[in-house]
Design a binder for this molecule. Structure first.
Ligand SMILES: *Cc1c(COP(=O)(O)O)cnc(C)c1O
Length: 398
């Protein structure tokens, strides 16, 4: 049985490794999250917003031309059609409703590329709650359009000026804020990472993805189970949602696609399941990229959402136990897959999601298989990157 245990572990991964001063916040969350999430009024409100605000259920689309090319049956779970353009909104809606139930008055979040910051700023506007988003000063420069979006939505974007001035420094600032404001503030974490109960809570909010997949597949194919589910993995939230209702169905293959960056052994990679070793990052015991003496190795991927040195504890367990198959895909392979999907199906995927599509070129399958790809987000935010590499693609240099 694959599920988190009472202490917050998936096998040997997970737990809550937190500074003493955070204990009251995390403990309050741990004691209350399941009870609140199971309340009927909570469920009603959550699903009403998913339907009327996010636009769920997201379609399950049979990609005929893609299927023909790969000689199998490929369905796309269209999280790219959600409000704000990706799966992240499922989690931020759930967490802000939970924060309100806990009596919180203020929301904080960390963001790297700004996608989670935008999803958080969106739900704070929706609920009329003040929102502070911590973001590395370097990322603020690199991701100007998302910074503008957050400001437009009324959030305050606070630069993290320490260390490498990127995601990990923004996370440290957010934790510092939470320690200083334990009573009135909720910290919305953006992926299936962090101390227990965050990974399980985020996975449950995202599990709406596979909940819908079950009845949609039944409608399309007559059976609720696919042969394989493919998802890209940064921290692991869209994958956790797409796998959730199939975790204990061993005949459904779970395929986790990581970013190999410039190549797994190039020194510029984010392929955590291959390069990672056991350790503690952001409050949980998991696989992470670190030096022999435990310093975090800077990850690299062209896609900001996969550029993370760890992996959520659920995925560390799925991969270590053999339940999930890990595949790593380079920047170039992901770019090619993005151009290919755009021309084949008229869908421009996010760069993160493009990694999941590239997996079709390297995995094995049968022509009778039903394969679902979690199309985690749309590519509008990545257009500049796509255009910068377009000539290389056209003249075959990719
Ligand atoms: C943030 C993001 C990801 C990576 O995050 P996970 O928590 O691993 O899902 C993947 N795809 C898109 C479109 C994203 O915005």
């Amino acid at each position: 049985m694959i599920a988190v245990d009472e202490r917050g572990y998936y096998g040997e991964f997970g737990g809550a490794y937190i500074p003493e001063m955070l204990y009251p916040n995390i403990e309050e969350l741990r004691q209350r999250y399941l009870e609140i999430m199971q309340e009927e009024t909570f469920q009603k409100q959550f699903h009403r917003l998913l339907r009327d605000y996010v636009g769920r259920p997201s379609p399950l689309y049979l990609a005929e031309r893609l299927s023909e090319h790969y000689n199998t049956n490929i369905y796309l779970k269209r999280e790219d059609l959600n409000h704000t353009g990706a799966h992240k909104i499922n989690n931020t809606i759930g967490q802000i409703l939970l924060a309100k139930r806990l009596g919180k008055k203020r929301i904080i979040a960390e963001t790297g590329a700004g996608q989670h910051g935008v999803a958080t700023a969106t739900v704070c506007a929706l609920m009329g709650m003040p929102c502070v988003v911590y973001m590395g000063a370097v990322d603020i420069k690199r991701q100007a359009p998302n910074v503008s979006r957050m400001r437009m939505l009324g959030a305050e974007v606070r630069p993290a000026e320490s260390g490498s001035r990127t995601l990990k420094d923004a996370t440290n600032e957010a934790i510092r804020d939470w320690i200083n404001n334990p009573v009135d503030t909720h910290y919305i974490i953006g992926s299936a990472v962090g101390p227990h109960p965050y990974p399980d809570m985020v996975a449950r909010f995202q599990s709406v993805i596979s909940e819908e997949m079950q009845w949609q597949l039944e409608e399309h194919t007559g059976r609720a189970k696919p042969d394989a589910v493919i998802a890209c993995v940064g921290g692991g939230s869209n994958a956790a949602g797409a796998y959730f209702h199939y975790l204990n169905e061993p005949d459904v293959r779970l395929i986790a696609v990581e970013a190999a960056g410039k190549g797994v052994h190039s020194g510029e990679s984010a392929a955590t399941s291959i390069l990672g070793t056991k350790g503690i990052i952001h409050g949980s015991r998991t696989l992470l990229m670190q030096t022999k003496d435990g310093q975090i190795v800077e990850p690299y991927s062209l896609s900001a959402g996969l550029d993370y040195p760890g992996i959520g504890p659920m995925h560390a367990h799925l991969i270590a136990s053999g339940r999930a198959e890990a595949i790593s895909i380079t920047d170039e392979e992901a770019l090619k897959a993005a151009y290919f999907l755009s021309r084949k199906e008229g869908i421009i995927p996010a760069l993160e999601t493009s990694h999941a599509f590239a997996a079709l070129d390297v995995m094995e399958y049968n022509s009778s298989d039903v394969i679902v790809i979690c199309l985690s987000g749309r590519g509008d935010k990545d257009l500049e990157t796509f255009i910068n590499h377009f000539d290389d693609y056209q003249n075959g240099a990719l």
